[in-house]
Design a protein around this ligand. Structure first.
Ligand code: LLP
Length: 456
């Protein structure tokens, strides 16, 4: 797959509308209609286009391979992981970035090769570290001095040498939401290069036992469209590699520049493609390595959203519609769907914007100013604040919101005791469940009725 075929628009590659107009139409993904999918699996439903997932993964991988002889593509599990997804990644021969014991266990349940796993997190527990080392994960990314000590002592107790990276903060401000920007100075992640924290952490790693410092890492933030941030970060990290060489007389072999590549959530946005970013960053890396007189390290990236985000469409059923008269006398129509902030917290948390389309039929009616809301007991439970939808949109219609594969199901909650939706994979006209819908019994199973007992 050539990187230039990378789809940068909102929809997954195999999504189609029959009798399409601006409001949507009869939607099918990989030959499965929204109506049949909902009849079979219920709603809300996350529908993942498997071929699209493969296409995007391969596009990032081949873009990286085209530039760097030694390279590694990690998929960021936090964006969405399940046993089936981990199997796809294994099949695609890419590596996996996990950031909790839970994500690691999903990977292990899929028999994902542990040496190809990288373990992140700013506060990994002792049991998570123990699990990671015992399972032979490839690399642990260290985030604090406490953690350097902790990983070293657990590795020692297990009589192992653990390969580690240090997460560094290159002091880059990126244009994205404050909550998903991670590499400026005042942030909980990593060791600051500017303040000398990074140099101290390197010294600590080099002097403490049972750690093999193999490389450095940074992740500057998420949903980024400008390549400059990645370039600045890479330059600052390469300078750290050069300083390391002059101090320790050897080279650190690996440089991971993180994920964060932006995708389209609305019709007027365009994703940043692998070919728009990788060759540009590669050019700088190569010239900087020459200038600094260091070898080109093994280059890793770890996108999540850019791979899984556009692959998935959420299908909701409309439950109620209500016209509300606004102060200026205009009408806003509230369209309530059967999910909401429990399956997509992004609008409420980051002010994220989305597009929605009718998925079960076409409509040639006039547009009505509408707001798509969920079923939760919060005014802030809004999926799309302002959208034109057709006047005849009615109870029972299906609404599709594309590009919900990243940080949708993975950040889903049980707010209001609503079970989390199922995820169905579609390919060549066939559909299969990869994550079943939670049911009320799953939630009730957590309730315990216990007599009080004194704690000794
Ligand atoms: N690597 C590290 C160390 C990360 O912290 C993240 C995301 C990634 C890679 C993947 O970033 P991506 O390529 O998916 O942008 N919940 C937020 C995004 C939080 C991102 C957290 N870290 C959202 O829904 O926008």
């Amino acid at each position: 797959m050539a990187a230039s075929n990378y789809p940068t628009e909102l929809f997954s590659s195999n999504l189609q509308f029959e009798n399409e107009n601006k409001f949507g139409g009869k939607l099918s993904i990989a030959g499965c209609t929204a109506e049949k999918l909902v009849a079979e699996f219920g709603s809300p439903l996350f529908v993942i286009d498997q071929d699209d997932f493969y296409l995007r993964t391969k596009a990032w991988k081949s873009a990286l391979e085209a530039e760097f002889a030694d390279n590694n593509l990690y998929y960021a599990a936090k964006s969405f992981i399940s046993v089936e997804i981990a199997k796809w990644l294994k099949d695609l021969n890419v590596s996996l970035d996990v950031c909790s014991g839970g994500e690691l266990l999903v990977a292990l349940a899929a028999k994902f090769p542990a040496p190809n796993i990288e373990f992140h997190g700013n506060n990994k527990s002792e049991s998570e570290i123990q699990l990671a080392i015992e399972s032979n994960v490839g690399v642990i990314v260290l985030d604090s001095l406490d953690e350097i000590n902790r990983v070293s002592s657990i590795a020692k107790s297990l009589n192992k040498i653990q390969k580690v990276y240090l997460r560094l903060t290159p002091g880059v401000e990126v244009h994205t939401h404050e909550f998903i920007s991670t590499a400026h100075e005042d942030v909980k992640f990593g060791f600051s290069i500017a303040s000398g924290g990074a140099a101290d952490a390197i010294d600590r790693c080099m002097s403490i036992g049972n750690l093999e410092l193999a490389g450095i890492h940074c992740h500057i933030g998420s949903q980024i469209f400008e390549v400059e941030g990645f370039i600045t970060a890479a330059k600052r990290l390469l300078e750290v590699l050069a300083l390391f060489k002059s101090k320790y007389g050897r080279e650190l072999a690996e440089l991971n520049i993180g994920g964060g590549y932006g995708i389209a959530y609305t019709l007027d946005e365009k994703a940043i493609s692998p070919e728009a970013v990788i060759p540009v960053v590669a050019k700088i890396i190569k010239s900087e390595c020459q200038r600094l007189n260091i070898s080109i390290p093994k280059i890793a990236i770890e996108p999540g959203r850019a791979i899984v985000g556009p692959t998935t469409t959420t299908i909701y059923k409309v439950g109620t519609t209500k016209d509300v008269t606004l102060a200026d006398g205009s009408i806003r129509r509230y369209i309530s769907v059967d999910g909401g902030m429990s399956d997509n917290i992004r609008p409420a948390l980051y002010g994220a914007t989305y597009s929605a389309f009718i998925a079960n039929r076409s409509s040639n009616e006039i547009a009505v100013k509408s707001r798509v809301v969920g079923k939760h007991c919060e005014s802030g439970d809004v999926l799309i604040s302002d959208i034109d939808l057709p006047k005849d949109l009615k109870v029972g219609d299906l609404l599709a919101i594309p590009s919900t594969g990243a940080y949708g199901r993975s950040m889903a909650s049980n707010y209001n005791h609503i079970p989390r939706p199922a995820v169905v994979a579609v390919q060549n006209g066939s559909a299969r469940l990869i994550l079943r819908r939670e049911n009320e019994q799953d939630l009730l199973n957590l309730d315990v009725v216990q007599a009080p007992r004194q704690l000794s």
